[in-house]
Design a protein. Structure first.
Length: 371
C-alpha cells in the first residue's frame, strides 16, 4: 500500500561510522519514468535547521558569536521588538504589547524559545497569528536581510526563554550568522560545512544548476491517489533561509550526520569541537516540544530534537538520540548509544488526505530492530 500512496524513498544507514545500507525504491518522476536513485537530490526543507545551528556554533567557537549575545547586536531592529499581551486586537484594532522581560538572545534562537512565530502554513486562529502569517519570512519578497528586518517589527508570542515554539528562529539565526561572519549565509555554509565535508550536491534551491534532477514533489488527493505538486515557485527560491531551502542527497546529509555522531569530525575533517557537539545535543528544553503533534518524550537541544524519554516516543529510539525532519517527508537521526545513524528521504507534501508519514519511522524502527 505504501508504494501506491508515496512516490519513492531513499534510505541510508550507518553503524559505528560506516555506511552499512543504502537503497532507493519508487519514482523520482512518475510521469517521465525516472526512478528514485540513491543519489537523487531532494528538498530537505526543515532539515536545513540543524545545518544552520552548526554554522552558528562554528562562529561561537571562534568568538565571533556568543550564546548570550542579544540578537539586536547583529540585527538592530530587534532592539524595538515587543511581546504580545493578548492574541486579539482591542476595539481600536491595535494588538496590546509589553516590553520583553529579557533581551532576545542567540541562545533563544537555538533553543526555539524566542517567541517567534511565522513558520509558514500555520493555521490563523487569532489576530496575532494573522500578523505573523502576513509578515512571515516566506511572505513577500526580498533578501534574507530584508525579510528578517520586517519580521523584527512583529510582536513575540511569549517572553523570550519561556517556552518552545516552532517558528522563524532558524531564519533569524541565519541572518545573525551572516552578519557575524561578514559574508552571505550560503557562502558561509559552503566554505565552512559543505566543502570541508564533501557535500558537493548540497545547495539552496536557487543555486541548483539543473533543477530537473531533483525528485518531483507529490501529494494525495481526496481519493488517496498521488498528485504532482507544482513546485516551480520553490525551484526559483532567490534567498537563503535558515529554516528551509536546501537541496541535498542521502550521501551528502549522511556526511553531516556522521560528523555529529563523531562529535564534530568526519573523515579527518573537524567542523566543531567535541565539547560543542555534546552541548548541542543535550536537552536544553526538556518539555513542551512537538506537543501540538501529540508526541511525548522529546526535548530540544541547540538546534535539533533530543529524545528525553524513549519509553514515551512512538518509535524504538534511545534516550540521547537526536534528530530532525523536513516538511516533504525527510528525516535523519543519530543514536550515540547504539552507533546507528540514518537518513531517510521521500518527497511528499502533506495534505489533509496524506495521513502521517509513518513509512519513514517504520524504516527507522526496522533499523533499530536489527541491532
Amino acid at each position: 500500500a505504501w508504494r501506491e500512496s508515496r512516490s519513492g524513498f531513499i534510505a541510508m544507514l550507518a553503524r559505528d561510522g560506516r555506511v552499512v545500507h543504502a537503497s532507493a525504491t519508487g519514482w523520482a518522476d512518475i510521469a517521465n519514468g525516472v526512478p528514485m536513485r540513491i543519489d537523487t537530490p531532494v528538498r530537505m526543507a526543515s532539515m536545513t535547521k540543524p545545518i544552520t545551528a552548526v554554522a552558528a556554533h562554528i562562529l561561537i567557537e571562534e568568538g565571533r558569536l556568543a550564546l548570550d549575545h542579544p540578537v539586536a547586536r547583529y540585527v538592530p531592529a530587534f532592539a524595538a521588538t515587543r511581546v504580545a499581551a493578548t492574541t486579539d486586537a482591542d476595539d481600536d484594532g491595535m494588538l496590546p504589547t509589553v516590553e520583553p522581560s529579557a533581551p532576545l538572545t542567540v541562545r533563544h534562537l537555538l533553543q526555539f524559545t524566542a517567541g517567534l512565530g511565522g513558520n509558514g502554513g500555520d493555521e490563523v486562529e487569532n489576530d496575532l497569528d494573522r500578523l505573523w502569517a502576513e509578515g512571515s519570512v516566506y511572505a513577500g519578497t526580498g533578501s534574507l536581510a530584508e525579510r528578517i528586518e520586517r519580521l523584527a517589527s512583529l510582536p513575540l508570542y511569549e517572553q523570550p526563554g519561556t517556552s518552545w515554539r516552532y517558528g522563524a528562529s532558524a531564519d533569524v539565526l541565519a541572518r545573525v550568522v551572516e552578519v557575524a561572519a561578514g559574508e552571505p549565509f550560503d557562502a558561509f555554509l559552503s566554505s565552512r560545512i559543505f566543502e570541508p565535508l564533501g557535500m558537493e550536491q548540497t545547495h539552496f534551491l536557487g543555486a541548483m544548476d539543473d533543477p530537473s534532477r531533483m525528485a518531483r514533489v507529490y501529494t494525495q488527493d481526496e481519493g488517496g491517489d498521488l498528485v504532482l505538486v507544482d513546485a516551480a515557485d520553490t525551484d526559483e527560491l532567490a534567498w537563503t533561509p535558515g529554516g528551509s531551502g536546501l537541496v541535498s542527497t542521502a550521501a551528502d546529509y549522511m556526511r553531516f550526520a556522521l560528523m555529529l555522531w563523531n562529535e564534530g569530525s568526519y573523515d579527518g575533517t573537524r567542523i566543531l569541537a567535541a565539547e560543542t557537539v555534546r552541548n548541542l545535543r543535550q536537552p536544553h528544553v526538556a518539555s513542551g516540544v512537538l506537543t501540538e503533534a501529540d508526541l511525548d518524550g522529546i526535548g530540544w537541544g541547540l538546534g535539533m530534537a533530543v529524545i528525553v524519554d524513549a519509553d514515551a516516543t512512538p518509535i524504538p529510539d534511545r534516550n540521547g538520540d537526536f534528530w530532525w525532519a523536513g516538511y516533504y517527508g525527510t528525516t535523519f537521526f543519530v543514536s550515540p548509544e547504539t552507533g546507528l545513524v540514518g537518513v531517510i528521504l521521500s518527497q511528499n507534501e502533506p495534505s489533509e488526505y496524506s495521513g502521517l508519514p509513518v513509512d519513514l519511522y517504520v524504516a527507522q524502527g526496522l533499523a533499530f530492530a536489527g541491532l
